[in-house]
Each structure stands twice: as structure tokens, then as C-alpha cells.
Write a protein that binds this ligand. Structure first.
Ligand code: 2HA
Ligand code: ZN
Length: 269
């Protein structure tokens, strides 16, 4: 067996959660990340022995047998880098997704994030669209949260405003952002609503709470959220000032066509 502390997936999770904390996206126990792993990636680091079986409270047959490295409930992102074995867990789903078999981590008796339903249902939804999707990431970036208090939550209007805030936005997330109203978090209901939006969007905003991102890699997913947060920051820096200039819709079309991205045409005027 190789030392799991040296596994690329553990190292990546430590670095990513530390970056998210450093950017102020994950105060206290805010935020959660799940990384889908292939058996070939984990087999050198765990012997397959099941340490504990944890009921998930939902069914997700599409993910049966799949492995996930996931952050723990109540755990602080700021601590993941120093004690990954307490703050992270490596699980394999079984019983049609109703049970998570713990293979490593959560050494203090802990378990996966309270948002596990939203994560797993989002993985299942994104995998149908992109079999290479491996990451689901949730956090609470300050400017984005602020924007959900002062901007309409209509997803066309919200997306178009974000696209106007930085030239590269329409190129980075041409599919736009889905938006959910405030809902009770940690439930299967918000999980199903999030996964529903994930059929159309890689980014889903939870009004007055935060954001979900999905992508092939940690970098791609982090970059999506980082770009939305930057756009929201520009919005919050300017929303109370007279708007003298803007990126026009025809200029956004020009950008999307030049960079060859398939953008939501119905989100522009
Ligand atoms: O506590 O971010 O949405 C973790 C969360 C819940
Ligand atoms: Zn949250």
C-alpha cells in the first residue's frame, strides 16, 4: 500500500480547500467538496476494508460502486490541510447509493457533509451530460452572496449581469448560471432542485446562501466559481454608482463567436 497522504487526490483536496478558505469562501464549516475517483486511482492507497457503513438517506443507483473523496460535516476548510484524515473521508457508494462505505478518513467518528444529497445528485446529473465530470464544489463567496440580496434572482437577468461584469465571463461560463430561491439546506429537496438545475448549468446559485459548481477537474470547477465571484465583486463595486459604460449584448455575441463557445442565446437581448 502506498501512503494515502501522498495520493494526488488528497493533496489536491488539501490545496483546494486551503485556497477556498484563504479567499474567504468558506468561513467556519461553510462549504463542501466532493471528488469522484476511479477504482484505479484509489486501489494503491486503500485495501478496500470497510471501516464503517453510513446510511446516505437517499437513493442514487447511477452512482452505485463509485468512489468519492468528500469533506466532512461540521469540519472547517481551514483545517483540512493540517488533518485530512479527520476532515475528509473516502467512501464507496453501495445499495443503490443508500449506503456509503467508509474506506479512509473521518477518524473522529464523523461523516460526510450535510450537503451529500446535493453533491451526489449533482454528480449523477452532470455525468449524464459530461462523463468526465468529477467535481462538485459548494461555497459561500461574499460578493456573490451580497449580489443575491440586491439583484433579481431571475436566472436570465442574473447571468446577463454577470456576463456584463468581466469580458471573459461569457467565454468561461457560456451556459450561464442557474438560480434557486432561498431553500432549507442539507435536505434531499434542495439536492433534487440543485441536480435539476445541473442538467442545464455547471453553476447553480442558492439565493442568500452560496454557489454550486461542477466540472471535470478541481481547477476547472474552482475557476468557474472564481470567475463568477469576480464578476459579482465588480457588480457590488459598481451597482450603487451611475453606469456610464457597459459590455453590450452585440459585443458579448462577438466574444462568444470569436472564442467558439456555445452560449445561452436566449440570455441576451
Ligand atoms: O455547512 O455550507 O450548506 C456546510 C454548508 C451547508
Ligand atoms: Zn453552504
Amino acid at each position: 500500500m502506498k501512503d494515502i497522504y501522498t495520493a494526488p487526490f488528497v493533496e489536491e483536496m488539501r490545496k483546494t480547500t486551503a485556497n477556498m478558505y484563504r479567499l474567504g469562501w468558506d468561513e467556519r464549516n461553510g462549504g463542501n467538496v466532493s471528488l469522484l475517483l476511479e477504482e484505479s486511482q484509489v486501489k494503491d492507497y486503500v485495501d478496500g476494508a470497510v471501516l464503517r457503513e453510513i446510511p446516505t438517506g437517499f437513493s442514487c443507483p447511477e452512482l452505485d460502486g463509485k468512489y468519492f473523496l468528500v469533506t466532512g460535516t461540521g469540519k472547517y476548510f481551514k483545517n483540512v490541510q493540517y488533518a485530512p484524515e479527520v476532515n475528509l473521508g473516502l467512501v464507496r457508494l453501495t445499495d443503490g447509493g443508500e449506503t456509503a462505505q467508509l474506506l479512509w478518513g473521518f477518524t473522529d467518528g464523523g461523516k460526510f457533509t450535510s450537503e451529500f444529497p446535493a453533491h451526489m445528485m449533482s454528480h449523477a446529473a452532470r455525468l449524464k451530460i459530461d462523463p468526465q465530470n468529477h467535481v462538485v464544489m459548494h461555497c459561500h463567496p461574499a460578493n456573490l452572496l451580497a449580489m443575491t440580496y440586491v439583484h433579481t434572482l431571475d436566472e436570465r437577468a442574473f447571468t446577463r449581469t454577470l456576463w456584463q461584469m468581466c469580458t471573459e465571463c461569457i467565454v468561461v461560463f457560456p451556459d450561464g448560471v442557474g438560480v434557486l430561491p432561498w431553500m432549507l439546506c442539507g435536505t434531499n429537496t434542495i439536492g433534487e432542485a440543485t441536480a435539476g438545475k445541473m442538467k442545464e448549468f455547471r453553476l447553480v446559485i442558492w439565493g442568500m446562501h452560496g454557489i454550486y459548481g461542477a466540472g471535470k477537474t478541481m481547477d476547472e470547477t474552482f475557476g468557474l466559481i472564481e470567475t463568477v465571484e469576480k464578476a459579482a465583486q465588480i457588480y457590488m463595486l459598481t451597482a450603487h454608482l451611475p453606469r456610464v459604460n457597459t459590455i453590450r449584448d452585440d459585443q458579448m455575441v462577438e466574444l462568444a463567436e470569436y472564442f467558439g463557445v456555445n452560449y445561452r442565446k436566449d440570455f441576451l437581448n
